[in-house]
Design a binder for this molecule. Structure first.
Ligand code: FMN
Length: 355
């Protein structure tokens, strides 16, 4: 028996296994519209046996893009371009997820593919980033603090993006509230110095996330709703796992189903001791203390390691990123590494299936 290769049902959706593709920005969109690259990139993981493929951080508004080359889900051209990509995932037996994001103060930065660093100036296609407070991420331009009307617009943008994602056929919606992007910027006391009802106490700092969960839940009542959280900022005075657990409990009460526990990204001076499975203890704590479904992610690169994390109760599922880039058929290989016979090898590939 393998837990990794047993199905998991979340909010009425059954995933064929628990080895999933973590969202990964490709910085290859044109006006936020996914391209042929995104189609091929994502479909190969579904052929490779993934239970769930989560498409990269997709901006809910133009100013929410990390770079000008980010994909989006803020207009109908984008929705129409996503639809055949979703169909390709479904045709290959995987569930399709999309990560809904707003980069906040980390928006309008050069794509890593450009070879340049820092903020893109307006003259070269950049824009003024927005944030809870006018505090720059180290090395980036100073953002503008959001006023109440702009916060309401962000909430409405998430709701509209969720509706469009469902119309494009996505099964799973994931809110990006990690890695130092807008929703995380509100959560962390290092980036949120507001004096109004969105700053100060944990309850106030979590208010925007919970409002977004409410409207997305309403826009997509039947979809499993995931939230990616950073379990810690890895920085003094920053966001910690205790608050992650508390906010996960509140998020669940507001209708979130599943928690994707990552870490870091809020400040450049973070101190992370990276090693295999380094974020698993964060996921395990949130799972145990908040009593919610979680996945672990981060340097989980082989089948036995993934299986062991699940067997020890560290998580309910595994997301991997870079291992899928190294081997788009990671799940097919993992099943044979564990000696598990799965019935979703693509018929065209069956001659490669170990017997
Ligand atoms: C090329 C690349 C792009 C990424 N883009 C995103 C993203 O859009 N959203 C996100 O939450 N994490 C993103 N990440 C982080 C991954 O989802 C994942 O959490 C991280 O790589 C750790 O997992 P791994 O060790 O299995 O790669 C990205 C990582 C890579 C390598």
């Amino acid at each position: 028996m393998s837990i990794l290769f047993s199905p998991l049902t979340v909010h009425g959706l059954t995933l064929r296994n628990r080895l999933w593709v973590s969202p990964m920005c490709q910085y290859s969109a044109v006006d936020g519209v996914p391209q042929e690259w995104h189609h091929t990139h994502l479909a190969q993981f579904a052929s490779g046996g993934a239970g769930l493929v989560v498409a990269e951080a997709s901006a809910v508004s133009p100013e929410g893009r990390i770079s000008p080359e980010d994909v989006g889900i803020w207009n109908d051209d984008q929705r129409e371009a996503w639809a055949p990509i979703v169909a390709a995932l479904h045709a290959r037996g995987a569930a399709a997820g999309i990560q809904l994001g707003h980069a906040g103060r980390k928006a309008s930065t050069w794509s890593p593919l450009s070879g340049r660093h820092g903020s893109v100036p307006a003259a070269e296609g950049g824009w003024t980033a927005v944030a809870p407070s006018a505090i720059a991420f180290e090395g980036y331009a100073e953002p503008a603090a959001l006023d109440h009307a702009s916060i309401d617009r962000v909430v409405a943008d998430f709701a509209a993006a969720a509706g469009r994602a469902i119309a494009a056929g996505f099964d799973v919606l994931e809110l990006h509230a990690a890695h130092g992007y807008l929703l995380h910027q509100f959560l962390s006391p290092l980036s949120n110095l507001r004096g109004d009802e969105y700053g100060g106490s944990l309850e106030n700092r979590a208010r925007l996330l919970l409002r977004v969960i409410d409207v997305v839940r309403e826009a997509a009542p039947d979809a499993p709703l995931f939230v990616r959280l950073s379990g810690t900022d890895w920085a003094d005075g920053g966001w910690e796992v205790e608050s992650t657990t508390t906010v996960s409990t509140w998020a669940k009460a507001h209708g979130a189903d599943f928690f994707d526990i990552s870490s870091g990204g809020l400040v450049a001076h973070q101190k992370i001791a990276v090693h295999p499975g380094y974020q698993v203890p964060l996921a395990a704590r949130v799972r145990a203390e908040a009593g919610v479904l979680v996945n672990a992610v981060g340097l989980i690169t082989d089948a036995a390691q993934a299986e062991q994390i699940l067997a020890e109760g560290g998580a309910d599922a595994i997301m991997a990123g870079r291992e899928w880039l190294r081997d788009p058929h990671f799940a097919l290989r993992a099943s044979s590494d564990l000696g598990i016979d799965i019935d979703y090898w693509p018929a065209q590939y069956v001659r490669a299936r170990p017997r």
